[in-house]
Design a protein around this ligand. Structure first.
Ligand SMILES: [Mg+2]
Length: 339
């Protein structure tokens, strides 16, 4: 079995801006697993918010040496060994695990959702993200997103939030969600959330900085909208605490460290009465496909990462304004465009 890791640089159609900053390129990683004439591929999106970079992910993957005799069917052993080697490199682990699932799916001629015994028919629609922008540009983005059934508006705190929502509402009455990406104080959130509810907002993602569960719990008591943990939600062991302050969790494969951890988190969330959103970072259709196979387990999907790209290197597109299209091909079900 051969494991190769490569940089995967993805260019956005437009600068993508959230409360923490702006970028035009996503520096992701691609893992390829080769064995018995089959090649499995997986993607990870390292995130600086969690102390990761493309370099840190690639160096951890390059340093990884599987035991001799292991094949891709040793997926649990491989993922656990990598996790021991590089416990903070969840995005790299996700890329490795996704490549192993892709290989196993091709070897067994089954799509990932079937390998996981997930019913592929109950698919929620995906939202489409409107990142932070000047009002004139925001209006253009909203018009371009007219075909998407739900919008997700990024807010950064301060007076600009009111103007952004008013601008959104000048152009559309589509339902929308808000992601504050940790930008609000408790007072600011308490003031804005009822107003957002009146504007047709359906949920609020990560209103306060991560780690402020007591303040979030106070906010939740007064909030007319569900609160969704994202930057606060990192694996199955975080779920019990999150259930004291949130209504739901955003599960992203690159954030939590891959498919197995995501499924465990989803089950733990259900046991604690939390709803689940399957989310993503800026990723190609390879990373989006892996997440899409889990969406039948979730109430909400936020998988527009590849739709934001200028040059998606994988096809077919799994998430479009019309909905999520789970590939019927084996494994993750997407292939490089050049092949
Ligand atoms: Mg978020």
């Amino acid at each position: 079995m051969q494991i190769h890791a490569h940089p995967l640089d993805l260019h956005l159609q437009r600068p993508f801006t959230i409360s923490r900053g702006s970028r035009t390129v996503a520096h992701n990683v691609l893992v390829e697993v080769e064995h018995d004439g089959i090649r499995g591929r997986g993607e990870g999106a390292p995130n600086s918010r969690y102390g990761q970079s493309q370099e840190s992910a690639l160096s951890a993957l390059d340093a990884f040496r599987p035991s001799s005799g292991w094949t891709p069917y040793h997926l649990p052993e491989l993922v656990d060994a990598f996790s021991t080697l590089a416990p903070d490199q969840e995005a790299a682990r996700c890329a490795l695990e996704s490549a192993l699932w892709d290989w196993i799916g091709q070897a067994r001629r089954r799509p990932l959702c079937r390998l996981l015994a997930i019913d592929p028919h109950r698919l929620p629609p995906s939202s489409f993200t409107i990142s932070i922008d000047e009002p004139a540009q925001l209006a253009e983005r909203v018009r371009e997103a007219a075909d998407w059934p739900i919008l997700k508006l990024k807010l950064a705190g301060g007076e600009g939030d009111w103007a952004a929502v008013e601008e959104l509402r000048r152009w559309t009455d589509q339902p929308f969600r808000v992601d504050a990406n940790e930008a609000w104080s408790e007072e600011e959130a308490a003031e804005k959330i009822p107003w957002l509810a009146a504007q047709g907002c359906e949920l609020i993602e990560q209103p306060l900085p991560a780690g402020q569960l007591d303040a979030t719990a106070r906010l939740q008591e007064r909030s007319p909208l569900p609160l969704v943990a994202d930057e606060d939600a990192h694996g199955r062991e975080t779920i019990a605490d999150l259930a004291t302050a949130y209504d739901a969790v955003n599960v992203k494969l690159s954030k939590v460290g891959g498919v197995r951890e995501a499924v465990a988190m989803i089950h733990a969330a259900g046991e604690h009465g939390l709803d689940v959103m399957i989310g993503c970072f800026v990723e190609s259709s390879l990373g989006i496909a892996a997440a899409a196979h889990l969406t039948p387990l979730a109430r909400w999907a936020d998988l527009d990462g590849a739709a934001l790209l200028r040059d998606d290197p994988f096809s077919p597109a799994v998430v479009t304004p019309e909905g999520i299209h789970l590939p019927h091909e084996p494994g993750l079900g997407v292939r490089p465009r050049s092949i």
